[in-house]
Design a protein around this ligand. Structure first.
Ligand code: SF4
Length: 350
């Protein structure tokens, strides 16, 4: 048993130690304001940024490229974490379901909180900071969802949301007077008016807007990822997911899919993502897209059906048989087929 003096010394040390927090940083405005509010109160902050296959860093709405710049501007250390297969496993069957698209926001945030908590424990920080704003996002930023996420990640009372703190129950850090609650925000809802005022207060020039987004909230992308899960034996692989972000997609059979590039950049990316067993298709005599056929049973009828779609998106004349090059395991084949009619392919489009 430690002596009374030892206990007093530990207490003194704790009191002298600077309050430390781990912030989930996105590169967007809200999380950077949250960090600034903490630093203004003398809290030492370290950041963690999370990237998923569908969203660059946290909920940062496509601003992942900014996260390093933001942490440098803030002058705080940054740890980046990538969720890959484990994210896809969660996405297949999220405990709390999906939002309006395939966005499993509650489970997704829980994964992020767990990672932040791990880092908090590792660096001996006192609490977690997020840029969440109450009622800003329908699925994950309401009081019930925030409570569930905290309960499931064993972070109850340990997550401080400086922008909305006065609208929420006091966290442990506030109760312990490690931060002054009166100086925290009471922002709610989707308007950015108050955040922009705060940005002015912190002299942030050109605050990032909140456009862009997590692909899982996009209805068209959600349809693709849903189709992909329905047809994958377990979970799609990360290469499949990258392909979902490109081109036009056609479900040719329960097992096969054709991806059609929409421009030069996509054509190049599609080629670079091709794997053993894939077939690359291109019109020979006319300008047209690079297309990738992927599946386990790529028989002749599938190859012809796909080639006719390839021609549909090329400059080839309608209704006339033209040549398509099929690159099958480094061997070239030539297929002669007429372009598909729109009414034939519309039902195949994902
Ligand atoms: S929108 Fe939802 S699913 Fe997408 S990153 Fe944010 S919390 Fe996760």
């Amino acid at each position: 048993m430690p002596g009374k003096d030892q206990v007093e010394n530990v207490k003194d040390e704790l009191e002298k130690r600077k309050t430390k927090a781990v912030a989930l940083l996105s590169g967007g405005l809200d999380s950077s304001l949250a960090v600034r509010m903490m630093m203004e109160q003398g809290v030492e902050v370290e950041a963690i940024a999370i990237k998923t296959p569908f969203c660059d860093f946290d909920c940062g709405k496509g601003c992942g490229h900014r996260v390093k710049k933001v942490s440098a501007e803030l002058g705080i250390p940054l740890k980046t974490v990538y969720f890959g297969d484990e994210y896809l496993k969660m996405l297949k069957n999220p405990k709390h379901g999906y939002g309006s698209g395939m966005n499993p926001c509650i489970d997704c945030r829980a994964m992020m909180y767990r990672e932040a908590k791990k880092h908090m424990e590792k660096i001996n920080a006192d609490f977690i900071v997020t840029g969440e704003v109450l009622f800003q996002r329908p699925m994950s930023q309401n009081s019930r969802a925030l409570r569930i996420i905290e309960e499931e990640t064993d972070t109850t009372g340990k997550v401080l949301r400086p922008l909305s703190a006065q609208c929420l129950a006091p966290t442990q850090a506030e109760k312990d007077c490690r931060v002054i609650r009166e100086n925290l925000g009471n922002i709610k809802g989707r308007s950015r008016k108050d955040q922009l005022k705060l940005a002015q207060h912190f002299n942030i020039e050109d605050p990032p807007n909140s456009a862009g987004g997590c692909l899982l909230t996009d209805p068209a992308f959600s349809k693709r990822i849903k189709d992909s899960f329905e047809h994958a034996p377990d979970i799609p692989n990360l290469n499949d997911v990258e392909l979902l972000k490109l081109g036009r997609h056609f479900r040719i059979s329960s097992d096969a899919k054709l991806i059609v590039g929409r421009n030069m950049e996509e054509n190049e990316k599609i080629k670079s993502l091709s794997m053993a067993g894939d077939i690359i298709l291109e019109a020979i005599d006319y300008v047209g897209p690079t297309c990738l056929l992927r599946g386990k049973m790529l028989d002749e009828p599938l190859l012809y059906a796909s080639s006719s779609i390839v021609l549909r998106y090329s400059d080839s004349p309608k209704g006339v048989k033209c040549r398509v090059r099929a690159l099958v395991q480094n061997k070239e084949e030539e297929i002669h087929v007429a372009s598909a009619r729109d009414e034939e392919i519309v039902k195949l489009r994902i």
